[in-house]
Ligand binder design. Structure first.
Ligand code: GLC
Ligand code: MG
Length: 556
């Protein structure tokens, strides 16, 4: 059996190793788009295995895999039909175990994605519930409900889907008559589970053990704040106070994660719980990170802010202050598989992120966005806590505006076609060569990648960037190398230096200073002994606008 503990050596090393997650650099692999080994145009686990050395060279501590389970892919795999196997297009369970142990042999841990809020409509439980009919115990694992009105043709309530549109879909009875409705906070292909049901609780605890037994070092918990619903199905109040929303961030949800934490803690090595928690209130967010709950959660506040010193500083202060009382480290996240790529986002007039604002044809200055994304990469890599890198951000890939005929994301369709959806950040990676598929698939006979890569990605391939000392990839590699070497980076405290308006400067320990110039003119660097790294060329000793420098300093 594979283990998830690295060979830790001395007791001191073992103790430090137990805290690996507090400083870890975690690389997010969207399997479908990472590397395709068999030429079917879809990434797969063998493709990841073939590129583990790439991730080692990049300098990451762990990989988080988006859902890799059997799934009809109605929502890119967040519609799981079997939580204990691997999607046949991605590989097999044996191969997943191999991958986990091969990665670990390189010092890279594996985090998998657990999707507890809903299952696929093809999951056996849902199929059984449909077959068993109204009033059956099989239906109690979900939220089936008779409709309102005389013929039951009105939805039980008017909750709005996270993807827009209705949250209820009506079933058809065996005799062809219209039947009950069922709840889905996302698409109709993703029925919500009823977390008041003991089967649901027990099943997920068993799934956790299944994967921890196979050596995974942690789980990323999808839609973690949504599991518990108000059983009265009350409508959403106009201005819900804390814990008052009928489907979001309800107090009882914490019991789920306390139980999961006990399971994680019963395993050797530190198995971590990482929450996808979209809770705007920083205090309520930090409640998920109390010592007996999750280890960390994605900090989406920073990622959502527009480019600017005041916004960034406010976000950093807010999130560090929120984490401090619970003793958890913050995470730093510039993007993921749901979000507009940073080089695109930071090149737009409105550089903040919000799902509801995504539109086709938004003017973008990629040169500006890339310069800022480089500066943001160094800024976030210097902040206290763990760091997430979404595949392709280390190559500076832009968001791709795909022809609407090729789009697959339900967010696009459920928006009535106004939101381009999330496919644009899920385009397969360019590895080498001058023409698509840029080494994503093995040979000429390969099928086209499941989403097409732009022709001008030749300059963005791994191969091209390895050869270019000024590339985004080389910047990321160097940053992660220094981050590993500098004991003061990762977990710990930060001290702001000065209050110089549009220039953000903070110390990590006595000898390390990070400076980001968010003003519109070049500025003088603070006194320093050496420049460890800069996100772009300096301007005769000045730090240009939209740039970050890492400095070695002597404490004054
Ligand atoms: C999370 C995932 C997203 C998915 C949704 C529903 O937000 O990151 O990709 O569509 O949950 O599972
Ligand atoms: Mg393949």
């Amino acid at each position: 059996m594979t283990m998830s503990v690295l060979d830790a050596g001395t007791p001191e090393q073992a103790a430090a190793d137990a805290l690996w997650w507090r400083s870890a650099v975690i690389y997010q692999v969207y399997v479908r788009s990472f590397a395709d080994s068999d030429g079917d145009g879809t990434g797969d686990l063998r493709g990841v295995r073939q590129h583990l050395q790439y991730l080692k060279d990049l300098g990451v501590d762990a990989i988080w895999f988006n859902p890799w389970y059997p799934s009809p892919l109605a929502d890119g795999g967040y519609d799981v039909s079997d939580y204990r196997d691997i999607h046949p297009a991605f590989g097999t369970l044996d191969e997943a175990e191999l991958l986990i142990s091969e990665a670990l042999a390189l010092g890279i841990r594996t985090i998998i994605d657990i999707v507890p809020n809903h299952v696929s409509d093809q999951h056996p439980w849902f199929q059984q519930a449909i077959a068993a009919g109204p009033g059956s115990p099989e239906r109690e694992r979900f939220w089936f409900h008779p409709g309102l009105g005389q013929n039951g043709d009105e939805m039980p309530n008017h909750w709005v889907s996270n993807f827009g549109g209705d949250t209820w879909t009506r079933t058809t009875n065996a005799d062809g008559t219209p039947g009950e409705w069922y709840l889905h906070l996302f698409t109709p292909e993703q029925p919500d589970l009823n977390w008041n049901h003991p089967d649901v609780v027990a099943e997920h605890e068993d799934i956790l053990r299944f994967w921890f037994d196979r050596g995974v070092a942690g789980v990323r918990i999808d839609s973690a704040g949504l599991l518990i619903k108000d059983p009265s199905l009350a409508e959403v109040p106009e201005n819900p106070g804390p814990g008052e929303h009928p489907t979001e961030d309800r107090d009882e949800v914490h019991d789920v994660y306390r139980a999961w934490r006990r399971i994680a803690d019963s395993y050797e090595g530190t198995r971590v719980l990482v929450g996808e928690v979209w809770v705007p209130d920083a205090k309520r967010f930090a409640d998920y990170l109390r010592p007996d709950e999750m280890h960390t959660a994605f900090n989406f506040d920073f990622m959502s802010r527009p480019w600017g010193a005041a916004e960034f500083r406010a976000s950093i202060d807010l999130m560090l202050a929120a984490h401090a009382p619970v003793g958890a480290p913050s995470t730093w996240v510039l993007s993921n598989h749901d979000v507009t790529r940073p080089v695109t986002r930071y090149g737009r007039e409105d550089s903040s992120f919000a799902f509801v604002k995504k539109r086709f044809g938004t003017p973008t200055d990629i040169v500006l966005g890339t310069r800022r994304a480089r500066a943001a990469a160094l800024l976030t890599a210097a902040l206290p806590g763990s760091l997430y890198i979404y595949q392709g951000d280390e190559l500076g890939l832009p968001e791709v505006e795909l022809p609407t005929t090729l789009l697959q994301d339900p967010m696009h369709f459920r928006s009535g076609g106004v939101d381009p959806g999330r496919d644009g950040c899920r385009v397969p990676l360019p590895w080498r060569g001058t023409a698509a598929p840029f080494g994503f698939s093995p040979g000429e006979a390969s099928m086209e990648p499941w989403l097409p890569q732009p022709d001008d990605w030749a300059a963005l391939t791994v191969e091209a960037q390895e050869a270019d000392p000024a590339s985004m990839l080389r910047l990321y590699r160097e940053a992660l190398r220094i981050r590993r070497q500098e004991e003061e980076l990762g977990d710990g405290d930060l001290t702001w230096v000065g209050d110089s308006g549009d220039v953000l400067a903070f110390r990590r320990g006595p000898h390390f200073l990070c400076v980001t110039n968010l003003s519109s003119t070049a500025v003088e660097l603070p006194e320093h002994d050496a420049i460890l790294l800069a996100s772009g060329p300096l301007d005769g000793g000045l730090l240009p606008t939209d740039s970050t420098a890492w400095l070695r300093i002597t404490p004054s």
